[in-house]
Design a protein around this ligand. Structure first.
Ligand SMILES: Nc1ncnc2c1ncn2[C@@H]1O[C@H](COP(=O)(O)OP(=O)(O)OP(=O)(O)O)[C@@H](O)[C@H]1O
Ligand SMILES: CC(C)(CO)[C@@H](O)C(=O)[O-]
Ligand code: BAL
Length: 340
């Protein structure tokens, strides 16, 4: 089976039609989310509409080892579509989301886009790993049918004005350390939903506040998409897989193990004060290591709101941590059940 690669929104429309998912749902108010110069009348929202004339070509890439079992071919005659949004540099965590996506829909699309809007001025946008050829191999091996990989100029007009606000929930915990980050995430995720029009979208629990905010956006803005969360995939020693792990030197990586170790220690307790105390002890020790761990936050929060879990909190809570090791900033979290 081939992966259809769409490098801009015009190619995306052609690819969605080739997949046979165009017209799965009826027309929607507001056109297809295209820019003004595109007219905004074509696309999946119009039943039976194929690629418009003059639309871009669609590149196809064959999988290294033949067609994966159960993968549907392009033009397979309709069905539901799941989208896995990513920033590329794909690893086993992304692969697990792709497999989860397949359980929820007939067709799977992956977007690869390093979104400038969600990076602060002193963050790693320019050095963020970009491994597109390897990403395509991963997608082909996993039976992904469509990869949408737009250029920044295709996603954002230079004089872009309007975006999504993540509200107060976007300013706490992770948001307090990355001002504007969640506004940028939600803006690009909404645009991806409007462009690809998936029935299902799959995100990792590793970015727990992002997942909670995307669920919140879907609720608050009545978006017609089902959000599915996938569990965090870890290395055997506990380190959560992350595209940023490739920045770590061997010594950095040893120190970085303290994030998951702290979460494990915290998870051995069931009262908020004890959980935080146990986790802090691990992080404090790592702060003395060479290189040291520099803690941004350790927080025990309500999974839906990301507000601090009170001492009498019952039910699920998320223990979330973010820290820098050398020049690399990492996040991790674990879901705890405090019902007993
Ligand atoms: N270890 C993991 N297990 C499961 N899902 C993951 C894991 N790491 C990332 N994801 C999910 O993959 C999706 C794409 O994330 P992204 O491309 O930013 O990868 P990443 O590894 O989180 O990179 P980063 O270094 O930016 O944290 C997100 O929904 C994210 O939560
Ligand atoms: C959801 C996402 C693809 C939006 O750019 C990104 O934040 C990520 O990779 O987690
Ligand atoms: N996975 C989260 C993307 C970011 O750190 O910008």
């Amino acid at each position: 089976m081939d992966v259809i690669v769409a490098g801009d929104r015009s190619e995306l429309r052609a690819a969605l039609a080739a997949l046979g998912v165009a017209g799965v749902r009826g027309p929607r108010a507001g056109g297809d989310g295209g820019t003004a110069d595109e007219g905004g009348s074509g696309g999946r929202g119009v039943a039976g509409t194929g690629p418009r004339s003059g639309s871009g070509t669609v590149r196809k890439v064959g999988p290294p080892g033949g067609t994966p079992e159960g993968a549907a071919g392009p033009g397979g005659g309709g069905g539901t579509l799941a989208l896995v949004p990513t920033m590329g540099a794909l690893h086993e965590g992304h692969r697990s989301l792709i497999r989860l996506a397949r359980e929820h829909a007939d067709h799977v699309a992956v977007s690869v886009f390093v979104n400038p809007l969600q990076f602060g001025p002193n963050e790693d946008f320019s050095r963020y790993p970009r491994t597109f050829d390897a990403d395509l191999e991963v997608c082909a091996a996993e039976g992904v049918e469509l990869v949408f990989a737009p250029a920044p100029g295709d996603m954002y007009l230079p004089d872009r004005q309007v975006g999504v606000s993540a509200g107060q929930m976007g300013t706490i915990v992770e948001g307090a350390f990355r001002p504007g980050h969640f506004d940028g995430v939600l803006t690009v995720v909404l645009k991806l939903f409007n462009l690809v029009r998936p029935d299902v979208a799959v995100f990792g629990q590793k970015d727990a506040q992002q997942l909670a905010l995307i669920r919140r956006m879907v609720t608050d803005l009545d978006l017609p998409v089902t959000v599915v969360g996938g569990p965090t995939v870890r290395e055997p020693d506990g380190l959560a897989l992350s595209s940023r792990n490739r920045y770590l030197s061997p010594a950095d990586r040893v120190t970085a193990l303290a994030l998951s170790a702290a979460l494990r220690e915290g998870a051995r307790h069931d009262r908020p004060k004890d959980i935080l105390h146990a986790a802090h002890a691990v992080l404090d020790e790592a702060a003395l290591a060479d290189p040291p761990l520099v803690l941004d936050y350790l927080s025990l929060v309500d999974p839906a709101t990301f507000t601090a879990a009170a001492e009498d909190h019952r039910g699920e809570a998320i223990l979330a941590v973010a820290a820098k090791v050398g020049a690399t900033r990492l996040i991790d979290n674990v879901v705890l059940d405090l019902s007993s």
